[in-house]
Design a protein around this ligand. Structure first.
Ligand code: ADP
Ligand code: ZN
Length: 807
């Protein structure tokens, strides 16, 4: 008899805890369900991760009981749990929090304090013996019977304080208990009316007959649809029901996602011989029913999507499921629409652009087995399938696969683990594979499949580099001429600039003052539309001042150019053309992004200006010119991946040109015309770039030749954060002396590249080492030693494992 449950609580604690299972729950409690357990004077939600017959040694006497069982069926199965355990261990992140990451937000119950009146409190209220504010608060609590502590504080802000509430508790007037917040998303139901197939024995009233006919026509119809045709439905339906002619049932519905494809339909093409050759290999992998990892390295427009679609078809035939990850799915409606055309409703979508209810519904469709394919951004790797046959990662090099906060996982890396654990096929696809993945392919960890040509032998675009040191204007003569030519030829153009806003920052030339964000260590960007200065990291914004706030000078200048300014420039250069802009500012409304792309497809945009949003895998045959306004922004980023990132961006953006029958042209403007990232992108030479870059990495012992783990301290107090950083430095050094020094090197501690972000101070220390086991061991020990102190000082230790893969 399993009497004990091991629980991972959904809190930042590494340990798991054991509880006794009450008699009445023993039949129903299973692994993977959520439970409510007492924890440090509170009640918290946790996940049942193991069931035991006896308590483990040493904890027998202290065991407390599970308070409540929150699920009727397990949310995660044992295989998923194994996956979560691996992630927890690898990223040094508490198991309960890992499990939470994989669940839709509506399920993440939080416990909180709940207020109710004691008998004494109720009596006092009735007698009218309370102070006025007390009376107001008590009335509100009585009205709801139970209500949340937080809600009362908010409702009576400025009138009642936490300590007052606790003092009323001490006087025996109030109960303050830990309870569960009531905001859980629930499945949505609708009522459906069914025709019973029986003819009426007696004549019906006119209205009843009409209703019956309408239902009969359809067989079944939702109550809400039916009620559109008839007023006051409930009585006649009741009568028809009692006569056995109709029945009324409740059924779960899916909150509509309206992802209907609005692009041109995508017919199923005959695969080319290259595609066939690659598919053959992949199908062998799928049929082997073992872990089969592939890397498809194929230039932009070489037809990777068709390979994904066909591989998935094969997996479905085997009765298995498929996960496909795409970078920021809300940005790739075209790809989604191709999947919709091929698989119809057999597809769930998971990404952060969905509302809470929608995400919950999509997740449930997967969990209940209603769909076999899940498509989404990085979090879709947690799709609760039980029998995944294939995991596909499109644009595997994309930085959005890495989550930068909380659980800092890389979706590609965990995908490898999920595929391996589940003996599934893995497809990584890219025209510009990440250095680490290509290196892995070279070492034979992934099978390399090459798609060297664009479909129908369409040539790759011709790329020219313009040295901006020799130009005076923002746009070179070459770019202007190319835009003009495209306007004359009725072709479309894209202009790429990876910086939104009007001016990068505002400078007073008289005193040198710039305007900085008070919360982050960056300058504020000037936006012309609402004449504001904005922080792009924390959304702080103020009205742009007319004069310098420091010296009252009148000559404030915008420095550096953003997409807003570029758009204006283009409009004044080409007043007769349709110019639009696509960046975060013009796509904040839902679907606005899709609308811009639709206008591009239909030809009502001549020139589209945009940030990296325009880079993502779109396929528009009439776009024949792409201009890169500045290739230097990403090149100067303080990150050892800056060259790689630049090469990827340039190649991807250039790949948007010439997808149709007409030759594509690309112009790259740069102040670094001799940089190898730019030269190799010009020649579409990924392998050349790779060989050059990998030499640097090797010489400097950077990933993939070593592994990095970054330890970041983040705190509200500058002093305490710094003190903790120094302490972490000492701890690190002492660990090196203890023996880690042979394989590990420490850089820092120092302030992080953003010394301040969103009002928090940031320090970091980097550990570098060759052996993955050793560096993980080191990280664990360091985290363990810092845990108590950092908690006490109110500083957070964030551990960030660089995505260089371990398996
Ligand atoms: P990638 O994902 O490699 O960038 P896509 O899958 O978008 O490339 O394919 C590029 C274009 O080629 C698309 O317009 C697609 O419809 C077309 N295409 C793909 N495969 C075939 C094929 N076998 N025959 C004809 N056209 C194809
Ligand atoms: Zn800021």
């Amino acid at each position: 008899m399993k009497e004990i449950v091991e629980v991972a609580v959904g809190l930042p604690v590494f340990k798991t805890f054991h509880y006794r299972i009450p008699e009445k729950m023993r039949d129903s409690l299973r692994i993977g369900m959520r439970v409510l357990v007492p924890f440090k004077g509170r009640k918290v939600t946790g996940f049942s991760i193991d069931l035991l017959e006896k308590p483990p040694k040493g904890v027998e006497e202290k065991l407390r009981e599970v308070e409540d069982l929150l699920d009727e069926a397990p949310l995660i199965d044992p295989q998923m749990l194994r996956f979560h355990r691996w992630i927890s261990d690898y990223y040094l992140y508490p198991l309960g929090e890992v499990i939470k990451t994989g669940l839709p937000p509506g399920l993440q119950l939080k416990s909180e304090l709940i207020l109710s009146l004691t008998q004494n409190g109720i009596n006092s209220l009735a007698q009218g013996s309370l102070e006025p504010i007390q009376e107001k608060v008590f009335k509100e609590i009585e009205r709801c019977r139970k209500t949340s502590f937080k809600k009362i504080l908010k409702l009576f802000f400025g009138e009642v304080s936490k300590s007052q509430l606790f003092s009323w508790k001490r006087k025996g007037l109030l109960n303050i208990d830990a309870g569960i917040e009531g905001k859980e998303v629930k499945p949505k139901f609708e009522r459906v009316v069914h025709y019973q197939g029986v003819e009426p024995a007696q004549p019906l009233s006119k209205k009843q007959a009409e209703i019956l006919n309408r239902v009969k026509e359809k067989g079944e119809i939702s109550y809400s649809e039916l009620s559109q045709g008839f007023k006051s439905l409930s009585k006649p339906i009741q009568l028809l029901q009692s006569k056995g002619l109709l029945s009324l049932v409740r059924r779960e519905v899916c909150r509509d996602l309206s992802v209907r494809s609005e692009f041109k339909p995508y017919p199923k093409p005959e695969p080319t011989s290259h595609q066939v050759a690659i598919l053959d290999e992949i199908l062998k992998g799928i049929h082997s029913k073992q872990y089969a990892p592939f890397m498809i390295y194929g230039v932009t427009g070489s037809g990777k999507t068709e390979i994904y679609l066909r591989a998935i078809e094969e997996v479905l035939i085997q009765g298995k499921e498929a996960i496909i990850l795409v970078p920021e799915i809300s940005l790739t409606p075209q790809l989604l629409s191709r999947f919709k055309d091929r698989f119809g409703e057999n597809l769930a979508l998971l990404h952060s652009g969905l509302g809470r209810g929608e995400r919950y519904d999509q997740w449930r469709r997967i969990w209940k087995g209603e769909v076999k394919i899940a498509m989404g951004a990085r979090s879709a790797i947690f799709a609760p399938f039980k029998n995944v046959g294939i995991i596909i990662i499109d644009e595997e090099h994309d930085p959005s696969y890495k989550q930068d906060e909380k659980l800092k996982y890389h979706a590609r890396d965990v995908a490898v683990v999920r595929a391996k654990q589940g003996e599934a096929t893995l497809l990584l696809g890219s025209a510009t594979p990440s250095l680490e993945s290509f290196h892995n392919a070279e070492k034979g960890k992934f099978r390399l499949l090459n798609l060297p040509e664009r479909i129908e032998g369409r040539p790759l675009p011709r790329v020219e580099i313009v040295d901006m040191k020799k130009e005076v204007d923002l746009l070179s003569e070459k770019v202007k001429a190319a835009l003009q030519k495209n306007i004359d030829d009725k072709k479309q153009s894209l202009l790429f600039l990876n910086r939104r806003g009007f001016a990068n920052f505002i400078l007073c030339p008289e005193c040198g003052h710039t305007f900085k964000c008070p919360n982050c260590s960056v300058t504020l960007t000037y936006h012309l539309r609402d004449r504001s200065l904005q922080c792009h990291y924390c959304d702080y914004r103020i009205q742009a001042p007319g004069d310098c706030t420091q010296c009252q000078g009148h000559r404030l200048q915008g420095m550096g150019i953003g997409t807003e300014r570029l758009e204006q420039e283009i409009k004044s250069l080409f007043p007769e053309t349709q110019v639009e802009r696509m960046d975060r500012d013009t796509t904040s409304r839902r679907r606005s992004h899709m609308q811009i792309l639709k206008r591009l497809e239909s030809g009502s945009i001549d020139i589209l200006v945009g940030t990296q949003m325009i880079v993502k895998g779109h396929d528009f045959p009439n776009v024949t010119f792409v201009g890169v306004v500045s290739a230097d922004t990403s090149l100067h980023f303080p990150d050892f991946r800056a060259s790689e990132r630049t090469f990827q961006l340039l190649t991807q953006v250039a790949g948007r040109a010439g997808r149709g029958d007409v030759f594509g042209e690309v112009v790259i403007q740069t102040f670094n015309p001799d940089h190898y990232s730019i030269l190799r992108a010009k020649d579409h030479d990924y392998v050349g770039f790779y060989q050059e870059e990998i030499q640097f990495r090797k010489a400097l012992e950077y990933p993939p030749f070593s592994r990095f783990i970054n330890f970041r301290l983040v705190g509200n107090s500058e002093k305490r954060t710094k003190a903790m950083a120094e302490e972490m430095g000492r701890t690190g050094q002492s660990l090196l002396k203890k023996g880690y020094g042979k394989g590990i090197e420490i850089l820092g501690p120092s302030t992080a590249p953003f010394a301040k972000k969103r009002g928090k101070f940031r320090w970091q220390m980097l550990a570098k080492g060759k052996s993955p086991q050793l560096i993980h061991q080191f990280a664990k020990e360091l985290a363990f030693r810092m845990e108590v102190q950092t908690k006490r000082m109110g500083v957070n230790l964030d551990i960030d494992v660089d995505p260089v893969f371990i398996l």
